[in-house]
Design a protein around this ligand. Structure first.
Ligand code: M6R
Length: 605
């Protein structure tokens, strides 16, 4: 986790760095800091707390400089203190470093450096890096050589940016953690993610593992792992600065819930042909499916729930499909063969557990197709092929619009796979489903405009725990509803297959445990029955279902969704649950966009 940024250019770096860090706070917000080159050397400002607190301090200290680096932290080694905040420096203040990732051999390096007389002031793994650079500078006349030698000593994953006293440049390197170069005439940026500099440029270069970069105010040079100067092809990203701002909304999460109609329209555009019952996924070469016998989906968190939905679509089409928690996949003995298609589902494309599963699949000879939001992400680059969900940047830590776009992408992918595999068949009602999918963006707008979730939330604040139940394709929505609720309200919430309630969880049900029943999809009737079993034990039932669905009369409160195709009803019910979580968290005064202990991009295993 953590976010890093660097800038070199004619403009003052300080404002650019701080603004960029605010856009990276979704990656961590335990502490923040910057270092800039100015006339008197390297000026460092850092402290525990979020970026706004560093901004205040810097404005007071009025530092300036045209070359600088910055960091926002999600703590791994050492608690969130001022001392552990980045940038880390040498005791001589000659070198300052920001780092995202984990240095696995930091203990040995620390011991070596301590023996050499270097003093450490933090608990972090990162602090070895500035000392190593300083150490090799004593042996090398060129800093780039010293920096490279320091980097070669590191084991683990890292994206690093460094300043060296009296040198008006940034030295950077990546291996296993994301780092993107932004190019804007004579201004250059490096960051963990594009939103950090999207207001300045959309022209980017995704750096490769092993790359070393030197940024100066009028030049950016990239060297490959052999130290040779290389040109990396760039691209212009299809994101706008407004995509990464809150606009008129109180929170990114609310903006992203509201924007789902437009993000989903982009997901679907050009990919569905209801008249002919066909799906087109232009980036997927059908030949890659030759010889595929079964499918494994690997994912974490919200993406795991989307994967459950996709797997159900696949099995309904006759494809042998299983879903695995990505963190469990690598150590599982041999479920993967050359006939397996492995689909890592990951919004960020950088989740360490999912990347590990992807690498396991590759080692075992499987075909891999990642479903991701981020072009140029590690997952996209390491998989054989990628299908992009096109949801645009998502800043709120709680995934919302990307879940919706993932599910729809997987619905389309499932039918594409079913059309290609010999023993599978696409759904009989595929034309109707595709036509309904085209209507979902409009239906989302209707849900968002008419939802009574805010009123409901005000009644929900005093309970002990919250349960979410669903069956068939509404089960992943129940699980996702519970995850969203616990993530941002900090209240205890659990999702269950509705049929499982009576096999154990019912013991927890009381008048203090409301039950959200997903009365959507083909199996709503049975979920209504299961919800009534909880209602009989005193629980308040909050049904989510179609306008005139049978669950309305059985519920103590009912959130309506348009009466559309059963598969699509589940997507709309999920939007209602997103709004319930949001409004409950808001009334509890929680930190909605940056929930405690969580970061959006989980780059540690
Ligand atoms: O980037 P990914 O989709 O791989 O992230 C996976 C999970 O870390 C993520 O979905 C997490 O569960 C979200 N915070 C949920 O809102």
């Amino acid at each position: 986790m953590c976010g890093i940024i660097a800038h070199a250019g004619a403009d003052d770096a300080v404002g650019t760095l701080i603004d960029g860090l605010e856009r990276l706070e979704y990656r961590g917000y335990d502490s923040a800091g910057i270092a800039v080159q100015n006339g008197s050397g390297i000026a460092v400002h850092k402290r525990a707390g979020d970026v706004s607190e560093v901004r205040e301090e810097i404005q007071t200290a009025a530092s300036s400089g045209d070359v600088g680096i910055g960091h926002t932290r999600w703590s791994t080694h050492g608690p969130p203190t001022d001392e552990n905040a980045h940038p880390h420096t040498t005791d001589t203040d000659n070198v300052a470093v920001v780092h995202n990732g984990i240095i696995e051999n930091h203990a040995e390096l620390r011991e070596f450096l301590a023996d050499e007389g270097y003093e450490f002031t933090s608990d972090t793994d990162t602090e070895v890096i500035p000392h190593l650079v300083e150490h090799f500078r004593k042996e090398e006349s060129e800093t780039i050589v010293a920096f490279r030698r320091a980097v070669e000593e590191l084991e683990g994953s890292y994206a690093i940016a460094a300043l060296v006293r009296d040198e008006g440049r940034v030295y950077a390197a990546r291996a296993g953690s994301p780092l993107v170069l932004g190019l804007d005439d004579d201004q250059y940026y490096l960051a963990s993610d594009i939103p950090a500099f999207i207001e300045h440029t959309r022209d980017v270069v995704y750096l490769e593992d092993g790359d070393v970069v030197v940024l100066e105010p009028n030049e950016a040079q990239i060297f490959d792992e052999n130290g040779l100067s290389v040109e990396r092809s760039g691209e212009c990203v299809d994101w706008n600065p407004e995509d990464v701002g809150k606009g008129a909304f109180d929170h990114y999460m609310l903006k992203e819930i509201h924007n789902q109609s437009s993000s989903l329209s982009k997901t679907i555009r050009g990919r569905v042909d209801p008249d002919n019952g066909r799906v087109a996924l232009e980036e997927l070469d059908a030949e890659i499916l030759d010889g595929v016998e079964n499918v494994h989906l690997v994912a974490c968190g919200t993406s795991y729930h989307a994967a459950l939905f996709g797997a159900r679509m696949l099995t309904d089409a006759g494809v042998r499909a299983r879903v695995f928690r990505a963190s469990e996949y690598a150590k599982m003995a041999g479920p993967t063969t050359e006939g397996t298609l492995v689909i890592p589902v990951t919004q960020s494309g950088e989740t360490a557990d999912t990347l590990s599963a992807l690498r396991t699949a590759t080692e075992r000879g499987a075909t891999t197709v990642t479903v991701t939001n981020v072009v140029g992400s590690t997952a996209a680059r390491e998989a054989d092929e990628s299908v992009f969900i096109r949801a645009g940047p998502e800043i709120g830590v709680a995934a919302t619009k990307t879940f919706t776009s993932q599910v729809v992408t997987l619905i389309l992918l499932s039918q594409k796979i079913a059309a290609e595999l010999p023993n599978a068949t696409t759904r009989e009602d595929l034309p109707e489903l595709l036509a309904a999918l085209e209507q979902v963006p409009t239906h989302i707008d209707q849900v968002v405009e008419t939802s009574r979730a805010a009123d409901l939330a005000s009644r929900l604040l005093e309970y002990d725990a919250y349960f979410f139940i669903g069956r068939g394709m509404s089960r992943p929505v129940a699980l996702e509803g519970a995850l969203k609720f616990k993530e941002i309200t900090y209240e205890h919430a659990e999702g269950f297959a509705s049929g499982q309630l009576k096999h154990g969880p019912l013991a927890l049900v009381t008048s203090q445990t409301p039950v959200f029943g997903l009365f959507t999809g083909d199996e709503a009737e049975k979920t209504i029955t299961n919800a009534k079993e909880a209602q009989t034990r005193g629980a308040e039932i909050i049904g989510i279902g179609p306008e005139n669905g049978p669950g309305a009369a059985e519920s103590d409160a009912y959130l309506r969704v348009p009466d559309t195709h059963p598969v699509c009803q589940n997507l709309l019910a999920n939007v209602q649950l997103q709004l319930v979580s949001y409004h409950t968290a808001k009334q509890l005064d929680r930190s909605i966009d940056k929930p405690r202990n969580l970061a959006k991009s989980v780059t540690v295993q």
